[in-house]
Every structure is written in C-alpha cells, then in structure tokens.
Design a protein around this ligand. Structure first.
Ligand SMILES: Nc1ncnc2c1ncn2[C@@H]1O[C@H](COP(=O)(O)OP(=O)(O)OP(=O)(O)O)[C@@H](O)[C@H]1O
Ligand SMILES: [Mg+2]
Length: 142
C-alpha cells in the first residue's frame, strides 16, 4: 500500500521527519529516492533531530556513511550516489550497519535496489508545483 503525502514547505518536511523518528525502532531502514535537491539530506537532518541527535548532519556524498550516535538510537546515514557497483557496498560492510541495532537512512537507495531489505520504509520524493513543495510516496519495500 502506498501513501501519498503532500509537503507544502520545509517546515512540513521537519514535522514529517520528527514524526517518523518517533516511530523508529532498532534495525529500521529508510530508503530515500528522489532527484537532486528534493530534500533527502534535509529529511535525514530532521529524522536525526527527532531521534535527539546533537551532531550536525551533513551530506555523506564523499564519505558514503556518516554516523550519529548521540540520539535515542544510532543513525547511520548513507549517500550511495557515488556507488557504481553493488560490490562496493559489501566492501563498506553495509550489512553490519543495517543489522546493528540502529536506524539506517539511505539517500539514492534506488542505486542499490537489490540490497534494500524487505520491509524497509521507502520514501519516494518528487517536486511539487511550487518551489518548496514536495510529494512523498511512502511504502514498505518487498
Ligand atoms: N519542502 C522541502 N523539504 C526539504 N527541503 C526543501 C524543501 N523546500 C525547500 N527545500 C530546500 O531544498 C534543498 C534540499 O537539499 P538537500 O541537500 O536536502 O537535497 P538532496 O535530495 O539531499 O540532494 P542531493 O541529491 O544532492 O543529495 C535545501 O536547500 C532545502 O532548504
Ligand atoms: Mg543529499
């Protein structure tokens, strides 16, 4: 089942992210899919905030993984934009992050589609008609 959520501005992204963070439990994986600038990092920042993480959230475009450990649950923030082969994910030891008792958020999850665990929360983000509008299609991966 897909749920479509209309986001009017970044404040609504913030409310959504904080609300989602409140429901997360250890081992949850959130797969973010969406073009450049749709707000994948922004949403991750608000999820981190909702988990109570105090660290500044920055895009892990070059490092692939950032870890934020000061919140209610550890948050592993992946940006797999620069991954060109799924084997690179094995080299990073991605499975240990997914299974480690924290929460994992993956930007550009469609690049590693076959590695996304079943039951992950997929959030497909697209642009709305106004500059700050976004459309979230949310569903569980199979
Ligand atoms: N409703 C909104 N939700 C999230 N971000 C928004 C919204 N409206 C405007 N923005 C702005 O859009 C930009 C989103 O940038 P962000 O880096 O989060 O995107 P991204 O999807 O992570 O991009 P990339 O593909 O480069 O990783 C920010 O500058 C943010 O302030
Ligand atoms: Mg980003």
């Amino acid at each position: 089942m897909k749920e479509r959520i209309f986001i009017k501005d970044e404040n609504e992204t913030k409310s959504f992210g904080i609300g989602l963070a409140g429901k997360l439990k250890a081992g949850d994986v959130i797969a973010l899919i969406g073009e450049l600038g749709t707000g994948k990092t922004a949403l991750t920042k608000y999820i981190a905030c909702g988990l109570g993480a105090l660290e500044e959230v920055t895009s892990p475009t070059f490092t692939i993984i950032n870890e934020y450990k000061s919140g209610r649950l550890p948050l592993y923030h992946f940006d797999v934009y620069r991954i060109s082969r799924e084997e690179e994910m094995y080299e990073l030891g991605y499975e240990e992050y997914f299974d480690s008792g924290g929460v994992t958020v993956i930007e550009w999850a469609d690049k590693i589609a076959s590695l996304i665990p079943p039951g992950s929360v997929v959030i497909q983000i697209s642009y709305g008609s106004e500059e700050s509008e976004r459309i979230y299609d949310v569903y569980f991966s199979v």
